[in-house]
Design a protein around this ligand. Structure first.
Ligand SMILES: [Zn+2]
Length: 338
């Protein structure tokens, strides 16, 4: 009973996502402690109480969403394909919320093999190594490439050294996953969902699919809950949500059952157009790429614009805490419909 109450409470917290990711399979932190389903609520409570975590969440430091996974994978395909992995260091800097599969196996799975390709799958960055191994990075995994001789970040949870002296590091912000497995062993539910559901930029994500997706939910569900939880659209998280809603003129608290035909169409168009533009421009200006450069997409609704006038109607852009994260919106352009 007690666990059920906690489950209900945390359903609307950003840590619900973490619980969902972990519940798909047994994963370990870099203290090699196996996280089992029954322990996950405990981990969430500790996360929620850490003041540092709260501060980072407010700053929207969740790194990997759809555009970042696409941009990083493109950069890796272009610059790292063919590089041979000479050495692997896992978990050099202890991090309670860095989650691995079986870290002791990573050197065995990766060393002596070449980076083959990379793809973005929802919010996961998937790097294919050799013929049958995938390195999957999700959520707060900050991925950086380093030229030979370049100084490495002082803290990292994964270091790949290539035979030409260059390197790749993954540093976890707040919390994140660095999974490495043979393709046939991948069983994490959210990784599998990210692969199975249609990409919002694919042809399969059409009007028919969109209407079906809306119809599967209770009419009382808020737009934020609909679009940015449960991985209904993999990789669409609270970060990219803000501009999608602003461009569609829909408030994050508007209930799905209150969508007009115009809202439905505007949201459909905005999801595709906004994500496409974010990918084309190298990611959002609040996030960094493989070289540490901020993306070229100028966010309209973010920590960078709160308190400024809306360019459409001059109303001041507001920020509110909602469902365990911050939402940014223009009260003039995005009235709430309940
Ligand atoms: Zn406005």
């Amino acid at each position: 009973m007690c666990l059920q109450l906690l489950a209900n409470f945390y359903t609307f917290s950003p840590y619900f996502w973490l619980k969902q990711v972990l519940s798909g399979s047994n994963v370990t932190t870099n203290s090699s402690k196996t996280v089992k389903k029954d322990h996950i609520f405990y981990i969430e409570i500790r996360l929620a109480k850490r003041p540092g975590v709260k501060k980072q969440e407010e700053g929207m430091k969740k790194v990997l969403e759809f555009p970042e996974a696409q941009v990083l994978s493109r950069q890796i395909r272009e610059c790292l394909s063919g590089k041979e992995i000479k050495g692997v260091i896992v978990g050099q800097s202890p991090h309670k919320f860095a989650f691995f599969t079986e870290p002791e196996n990573y050197p065995f799975l990766l060393e002596g093999k070449k980076i083959k390709t990379a793809e973005g799958s929802g919010g996961f960055l998937q790097i294919s190594v050799g013929d049958d191994v995938s390195l999957l990075i999700g959520d707060g995994g900050r991925v950086r490439f380093h030229q030979p001789g370049e100084k490495l970040p002082p803290k990292h949870q994964l270091l790949l050294k290539f035979n030409d002296g260059s390197a790749l590091t993954v540093s976890i912000q707040m919390y994140g996953m660095i999974f490495c497995q043979k393709d046939e062993d991948i069983d994490n539910r959210y990784v599998l969902i990210s692969r199975e559901k249609p990409s919002p930029l694919s042809e399969k994500f059409n009007h028919e699919y969109w209407e079906k997706l809306i119809g599967e939910n209770k009419p009382t569900l808020s737009t934020k809950a609909f679009l940015a939880t449960e991985q209904r659209i993999p990789g669409l998280g609270n970060g990219v949500l803000q501009d999608i809603l602003y461009r569609a003129r829909v408030h994050p608290k508007t209930r799905v059952g209150c969508f007009s035909p115009g809202d439905r169409e505007n949201l459909f168009q905005s999801i595709r157009a906004t994500l496409e533009e974010m990918v084309e421009k190298g990611g959002r200006d609040t996030e960094v790429d493989l070289w540490g450069n901020y993306g070229g997409y100028k966010t309209l609704m973010s920590k960078n614009t709160v308190g400024l006038d809306c360019s459409e109607c001059s109303t001041i852009i507001e920020k509110q805490s909602y469902m365990g994260g911050s939402v940014y919106f223009c009260p003039g352009c995005q009235p709430v419909k309940k």
